[in-house]
Design a protein around this ligand. Structure first.
Ligand code: 4AD
Ligand code: MG
Length: 504
């Protein structure tokens, strides 16, 4: 055993025909008489290790048979191609070393509620879905840094203890800073605008905090946001930057994370077919679309589709339940059913919610009036109508942040944009050109009821060499949710913080 070279599962292709040692954990074992099929995971992937009686001494063979899920072990053996093994290779085991025998691991393939899983997040992270999502997240973050580093941007780390609000005072977390009230960063943008006047093109990337009183699948109270800021840029320049940026992230994930996306059941064709240019529409066009007959028809068709989908799942569940009730199923069939039943129940529950919400959302859309910000359901509807990301530009001034530049041709709107991910995922980016005129900015600060004193340094940027500039912020968890097809962003960060719950 000592001679075998250590290998990682995702690199087994380079070791075909050689002896290697895998260090990992037991995901699953299917003993069948004189042979055991050990599924081993090592953090890079899953590999089937075939252990035949006689390959190891009898005592070891029996010990391995009794090992519970998540026991830690090292398996030595010969690497051979096997298309049915998850990574395309398997190990013909010739030795097993047990490090720690686990029993009664709390997370099993049977049904667990999300509450249970999040309480056990320290263990849940080892399960397939959180693992695969975590790998995609890693790629997304690397692709983000690469894009800006390769395109002439300078990284500037903006503070987390901040003195002024960027995105509205209602969502500030206050901290007692030696007796002075400060707040946790909602955005690095205002500081970044100052840095852009020094370096030209800058970005910051860090944790962001919002005391957001929403328990939706799109909101965390602590999330990661990357924000570029560029001196001498207009709205079209920003859209082009955001488009190239998001496109580069999609390409990287498709290159680096195929096995993970497949494990997650993500339809790769959907991501592969995304092309530039993305859709562009103004807020006013979006408002017209929401209140149009076309949208009502779209919603009605969608409702029919949801009902059909639910009927198919209901049927499958009924058939499985009937087979279970009848009895006499083989062990592998029972195991397969034990995995499928909770999946089906979850799908059905989700479809029921969508069926219930559809008419409500259709009504909200039909009652949409120019002037409001787009609601979550409005964004969902628009983004369901397209198969590529959608830029919505020029929102009403009153619906958006104070720093956004007023459109000089139409003072009712600002030069901003949101980027909506397609297929119902909704907003992943918010950005704008910044108000570069001192007087207009001061007026907006007053209008918001902010204290101009606190904004003196920010106003200074409009006094000393003010230039057209702008930027945007992309939320990492929302982007990962979209790319992985995960519905709830709490699964897209290792230890989520939500309004109603912080587990561990
Ligand atoms: O649209 P937002 O609020 O924009 C800003 O913060 C600007 N200062 C950015 C800039 O122009 N530099 O937030 C940007 C993105 C959203 O599109 C979303 O992806 C994410 O940050 N985000 C959240 N993600 C998770 N949970 C929340 N509560 C989020 N709030 C915003
Ligand atoms: Mg926004």
């Amino acid at each position: 055993m000592a001679e075998a070279k250590k290998a990682y599962i995702n690199q087994l292709g380079g070791f075909e025909g050689h002896q290697v040692r895998l260090d990992g954990w037991l995901y699953n074992n299917r003993p069948s008489g004189k042979v055991q099929f050990l599924m081993v995971r090592d953090g890079t992937g899953l590999c089937q290790c075939v252990l035949e009686a006689g390959a190891v001494d009898e005592e070891t063979f029996e010990q391995v048979k009794r090992l519970g899920q998540e026991s830690s072990l090292s398996v030595t053996g010969l690497v051979r191609a096997e298309p049915r093994s998850p990574g395309g290779y398997e190990l013909a085991a010739s030795g097993v070393k047990i490090h720690n025998a686990a029993s009664d691991y709390p997370i099993t393939p049977k049904e667990h509620g999300i509450d249970f899983l999040l309480k056990n997040r320290h263990l849940h992270l080892r399960s397939m879905r959180p693992w695969a999502i975590g790998r995609v997240r890693h790629t997304v973050i690397d692709a983000i840094r690469r894009f800006f580093n390769d395109n002439g941007f300078t990284l500037v780390d903006t503070p987390i203890f901040t003195t002024i609000a960027g995105e509205g005072e209602q969502t500030l977390f206050e901290v007692d800073y030696f007796g002075q009230p400060l707040h946790l960063s909602q955005t690095g943008q205002l500081y970044l605008e100052s840095a852009a006047m020094s370096f030209g093109r800058v970005y910051c990337f860090g944790p962001t905090f919002r005391a957001e009183k929403s328990k939706t699948r799109r909101h965390l109270t602590e999330f990661w946001m990357v924000e570029p800021e560029v001196a001498y840029i207009d709205l079209n320049g920003l859209l082009e930057l955001a488009e190239n940026f998001v496109f580069s992230i999609i390409k990287r994930v498709l290159t680096d994370n195929r096995p993970e996306l497949e494990a997650l059941g993500r339809d790769l064709k959907v991501l592969e077919s995304i092309e530039k240019p993305f859709v562009r529409m103004t807020y006013t066009e979006a408002a017209e679309l929401l209140t149009s007959d076309k949208t009502q028809q779209f919603m009605a068709e969608q409702l029919e589709g949801l009902k059909r989908e639910k009927a198919a799942f209901d049927k499958e569940l009924a058939e499985i339940e009937a087979a279970e009730a009848k009895g006499g199923l083989k062990k592998w069939q029972q195991e397969k059913n034990a995995r499928r039943i909770p999946e089906l129940r979850a799908e059905i529950a989700e479809l029921e919610t969508k069926i219930e919400n559809n008419p409500k959302h259709a009504k909200l859309a039909s009652e949409f009036r120019w002037g409001k910000d787009l609601g979550g359901s409005d964004e969902t509807i628009i983004s369901q109508m397209y198969d590529r990301p959608i830029f919505v530009t020029h929102y009403p001034r009153g619906a958006k942040a104070f720093y956004m530049r007023q459109d000089r041709d139409n003072e009712q709107v600002v030069e901003n944009f949101d980027l909506l991910a397609p297929a119902g995922f909704g907003e992943i980016i918010g950005g704008s050109v910044r108000e570069d005129d001192y007087e207009r900015l001061l007026a907006r600060i007053r209008q918001e009821g902010y204290n101009p004193e606190s904004y003196q340094w920010y106003l200074d940027l409009r006094r000393y060499g003010s230039v057209p500039h702008g930027g945007f912020g992309l939320g990492v968890e929302r982007t990962v949710a979209w790319l992985t097809g995960e519905k709830h962003i709490r699964q897209c960060i290792a230890f989520p913080r939500m309004m109603d719950k912080v587990y561990l």
